[in-house]
Ligand binder design. Structure first.
Ligand code: SF4
Length: 411
């Protein structure tokens, strides 16, 4: 079932900036970001990864600009990239200026290690002249020492103060084309810091849990932090930081937004029942086979794999398409209505074929093309399974009666 963004807290209003062609903040769709892991000087390798990230759902991609060959690489990458490119800058303000020369669509500056006021202002002036936005990318792990001491450690207030100081430098040169991040590897600290940032600034916020680690823990941390804030209406662009192929970051970002109803579905959403004693097939194996067969087809639908026809079609009636097992058959259903019954061995193939037709022809046409005897056949299978399993397949009622009898006998 599709969730609606309206069910979440209203998005907090922010200013809007543009990273190349992508609007961020001010009610624009929440964008997904990721970062390349290649050497930026490796132009072809980096571009190949940028294309992979864009295909997986990234709207904006960041590349490190840590030396002159990287800046020269950016000059060749930016014009050939399918999405806006942001240069990631640490320590050397000259690399920010070189990235601007390369034509990047955005800069990320780390105020924890780029601290000289005059240099920061020089970068801001150049960015202003070129109409390029900057992200003030505060990171708990590289917080300015003076702020650390003043706030007694890495606190939400210290992270926000770091962004405030950078903003003040920018304001001095009339530069306001800014988004802000206050990332931490602690999910609780990150949530508190972004809540404070959203009360302090009206600039768009870039959300992330930094150094979250490899999946699945990294995914869980990212989802806990980013998902919590998005549900509160905080956040304009997001990035998962995973120790993994960055394609997983882009995919996770996109899936999180789709699952919250904050972006339109672009790809497959495969749901499956958790399986139970009623299951008539190995649900995990069928779901994995369906996922493998469907995921690269880019079909923007929700598909359900359900272990039994007793409960499956009803429980997954919100899915566009589904299949439920029973009596050595697969019962294909569209929006909960049985449209065809197929041999169990053909479940996955039938599901894939119907998914493609559904996307090409639409729900109404495929419901109209349903096998008229399928619903009756499925109902007969359902009833037969209910009778075999009884309405209490786990014998709970029998057990409760046994317990009651024992208690009565003892009293
Ligand atoms: S759909 Fe059937 S097999 Fe799957 S969890 Fe529900 S009752 Fe169990």
């Amino acid at each position: 079932m599709e969730l609606s963004g309206n069910l979440l807290s209203a998005r907090r209003p922010t200013r809007q900036i543009h990273v190349g062609s992508v609007a961020v903040g001010g009610g624009a769709p929440i964008s997904v970001q990721s970062m390349t892991t290649t050497k930026t000087a490796d132009v072809e390798g980096t571009l190949a990864q940028v294309y992979e990230l864009a295909a997986a759902g990234a709207d904006i991609v960041r590349c490190t600009c840590n030396d002159e060959p990287a800046a020269e690489g950016l000059a060749q990458i930016v014009p050939r990239s399918p999405v806006p490119i942001v240069a990631d800058i640490h320590f050397h303000h000259k690399m920010a200026l070189a990235a601007l020369d390369a034509g990047v669509h955005g800069l990320r500056l780390n105020p924890g290690n780029l601290r000289k006021e005059a240099e920061i202002k020089t970068v801001a002036r150049e960015a202003k002249d070129r109409g390029v936005p900057i992200r003030i990318g505060v990171n708990a792990g590289s917080l300015d020492k003076e702020l650390y001491e003043r706030h007694g450690g890495v606190t939400p207030e210290a992270l926000v103060a770091s962004a405030q100081r950078e903003l003040a430098y920018f304001a001095d040169v009339g530069f306001e084309d800014v988004k802000i991040s206050v990332k931490a590897s602690s999910v609780a600290l990150m949530i508190a810091a972004y809540r404070l940032a959203s009360q302090t600034f009206d600039h768009p916020l870039h959300l992330g849990v930094t150094e979250a680690g490899p999946p699945p823990a990294g995914l869980l941390k990212g989802t806990a932090g980013i998902g919590t804030l998005l549900a509160e209406g905080i956040g304009d662009t997001i990035r998962y930081s995973l120790t993994a192929d960055p394609v997983e970051e882009a995919r996770a970002g996109r899936q999180l937004l789709e699952s919250l109803g904050l972006r339109e579905r672009k790809g497959l959403d495969l749901i499956a029942c958790p399986s139970c004693g009623r299951a008539q097939v190995d649900v995990i194996a069928v779901a994995q086979a369906a996922q493998a067969a469907l995921e690269h087809r880019n079909l923007p639908i929700q598909v359900a794999v359900m272990g039994c026809v007793v409960n499956g079609p009803g429980e997954a009636r919100g899915a566009d398409l589904g299949i439920a097992a029973g009596k050595e058959k697969g019962h294909l259903f569209i929006r909960g209505e049985i449209v065809r019954v197929v041999p169990e061995a053909e479940m996955v193939d039938s599901l894939v074929a119907e998914a493609e037709r559904l996307v090409a022809e639409g729900v109404e046409a495929r419901l109209a093309a349903a096998d008229k005897s399928a619903a009756a056949e499925a109902e007969a299978d359902r009833r037969a399974l209910l009778e075999e399993g009884g309405s209490d397949p786990n014998a709970s009622k029998t057990r409760i009666e046994m317990i009651r009898r024992r208690v009565e006998d003892d009293s």
